[in-house]
Design a protein around this ligand. Structure first.
Ligand SMILES: Cc1cc2nc3c(=O)[nH]c(=O)nc-3n(C[C@H](O)[C@H](O)[C@H](O)COP(=O)(O)OP(=O)(O)OC[C@H]3O[C@@H](n4cnc5c(N)ncnc54)[C@H](O)[C@@H]3O)c2cc1C
Length: 496
């Protein structure tokens, strides 16, 4: 008889799990509380005087493209026949308070040339050594941390992993990201640049283990991509794939409870109605699910709530009525005191006085995303997770702070804003129900947290599995797609 899986949540992790499970022969039903699947990877349109501006709400940079190719492959579709991944070079333009402008490239020769010209010949050579070091971390860790359900001891101790396990000290877990970066570079501008990478999984460079220096390799080694037509096209095509394989998608349906008898899951409750299932794959945030969807298991709930959430963010979507040739597709305007900025975000848990500003402008690559002569600005600031802040007030304070930062590097943005919309950390919670509005699940601010995210298979209930940024292997689009893969494979194994 065909076994049934219910997927709770239609983020990229849930969708990727659903595609695989359907292809493996399971009957799959997916409930998504929002009107559209995609979760944090979603779409927004704003109308100004000049016309319509289109935005991606979340991810703006795609990395590890082979992860998506493999998913489409598994479903019997060639990814390039439905989606165009466009390499973005330069990957980013950095603006420093001292007036320096630096472009970064995945192309090593161009990157070395830029560093040679803008920073110094010695720092260009140091970059080469740093890149080798980040590649070594990737080579040593990817197989067991990114592609294996790490908490499954049986799988971890598989013979093929033994050489890697023996070499684990070389993944640099004992010092912080900042300590390692400072050992490679002398120039404070490059230290600031490479210290930013742990924030891509929501963590603090002064606390997170240097193993997270794997992240620059993911960007510089494999390149950064944009999905032609908008990042949301990826969610759209994975949704289509799921539907073609027979997944029944019920959007606008919030799961109220994951039902169980104390030992095994039985299904879910939606709008008071019970839906039976042999297996439940939960793409809702693990901590939030234990707080609201799964009754019982108080000690597990307590432990999960004791883990530090990753950082959150504030996103300002600005339709701009003119173009800015000094900006690239991706831009970062650095703060003048980033130690203080990290301290305010991670320790004091307040909105920083002077935030680092990330601006992504997809209309630079995809002209259709803004009216002619205009641009669509996605302005992202790192923010602390929800901790009693007044976001209505911070929204205005942050907007003037961003305008001030831009003015300081010679960009007058205020007079060009045609229309705008803002998502605060509270909105991120309301939209996606992620624990305290965090973007990347649990932070990696301690050695243990970095390696021991919640497992893909429940320790408490048979038939219950987790995928998504809050579970192994963590946040970021490729990683959550991998988590859906690992969870689906565990279900397949357990069903045999
Ligand atoms: C502003 C921003 C910028 C980002 N930039 C990047 C980037 O450039 N590159 C990158 O790789 N990553 C980026 N990320 C991170 C990336 O978006 C996430 O890691 C990834 O999309 C998370 O996918 P997910 O499936 O784990 O969770 P989600 O996308 O959060 O999906 C979970 C889904 O479950 C649904 N749900 C929750 N509870 C229930 C319930 N009870 N019943 C039914 N449905 C429920 C939610 O509505 C949601 O749709 C960014 C995120 C944000 C917010």
């Amino acid at each position: 008889m065909q076994r049934k899986v219910i997927v709770v949540g239609g983020g990229l992790a849930g969708l990727s799990g659903a595609v695989r499970l359907a292809r493996m022969g399971f009957r799959v039903q997916l409930f998504e509380k929002n009107e559209r699947t995609g979760g944090k990877m979603n779409a927004l349109a704003l109308r100004g005087e000049k016309g319509e501006y289109r935005f991606g709400t979340g991810p703006s940079l795609l990395t590890m493209p082979f992860v998506f190719d493999e998913l489409f492959d598994f479903a019997g579709v060639e990814r390039s026949s439905v989606l165009d991944f466009v390499p973005v070079e330069p990957i980013c333009r950095y603006f420093y308070p001292d007036g320096t402008r630096l472009n970064t490239y995945a192309d090593k020769t161009r990157m070395m040339h830029e560093l040679h010209a803008v920073i110094s010949p010695q720092e260009a050579r140091n970059y080469e050594a740093f890149l080798d070091y980040t590649k070594q971390i990737y080579d040593l860790t990817a197989e067991i941390f990114l592609f294996t359900p790490f908490q499954e001891l049986r799988k971890l101790l598989h013979l093929r992993h033994i050489p890697t396990l023996l070499r684990l000290p070389r993944i640099d877990p004992m010092r912080s990201v900042h300590a390692a970066v400072s050992a490679y570079f002398r120039d404070p501008r490059l230290i600031q640049l490479f210290d930013r990478y742990p924030t891509y999984n929501g963590s603090n460079p002064f606390e997170a283990p240097a193993t997270l220096n794997i992240i620059p390799w993911v960007e510089y080694g494999f390149g950064g991509f944009y999905v032609r037509g908008g990042m949301y096209r990826l969610a759209e095509e994975i949704t289509r794939l799921a539907e073609q394989l027979g997944v029944e998608i019920k959007a606008g349906c919030a799961v109220e409870k994951i039902l169980h008898d104390g030992k095994r899951v039985r299904g879910v409750q939606v709008d008071g109605e019970k839906f039976d299932a042999d297996y439940v794959l939960c793409n809702a945030d693990v901590v939030e699910a234990h707080n609201t969807l799964i009754d019982g298991f108080a000690s597990r709930q307590k432990r999960l709530n004791s883990l530090e959430p990753s950082l959150s963010g504030m996103v300002m979507y600005w339709g701009m009525k003119r173009t800015f040739p000094e900006l690239q597709h991706h831009n970062i305007i650095f703060s003048s005191d980033y130690k203080r900025e990290f301290d305010q975000i991670f320790t004091q848990k307040v909105a920083p006085d002077e935030p680092t500003v990330y601006i992504s402008i997809s209309s630079k690559t995809d002209a259709a995303h803004a009216p002619e002569g205009g641009e669509n600005w996605f302005v992202l600031l790192n923010m602390p997770y929800l901790n009693g802040q007044n976001w209505q007030r911070e929204k205005d304070r942050m907007k003037s702070s961003v305008l001030k930062r831009l003015a300081a590097v010679g960009i007058d943005a205020e007079s060009a804003i045609d229309c705008e919309h803002t998502h605060t950390p509270q909105d991120l919670y309301d939209l996606y129900r992620s624990n305290k509005g965090s973007i990347y699940g649990i932070s990696s601010n301690t050695q243990m947290a970095a390696f021991m995210r919640p497992a893909n298979r429940s320790r408490d209930l048979r038939g219950l599995y987790f995928c998504g940024g809050s579970s192994h292997p963590g946040g970021g689009v490729p990683l959550v797609v991998l988590s859906g893969k690992m969870a689906a494979e565990l279900i397949q194994e357990d069903a045999q």
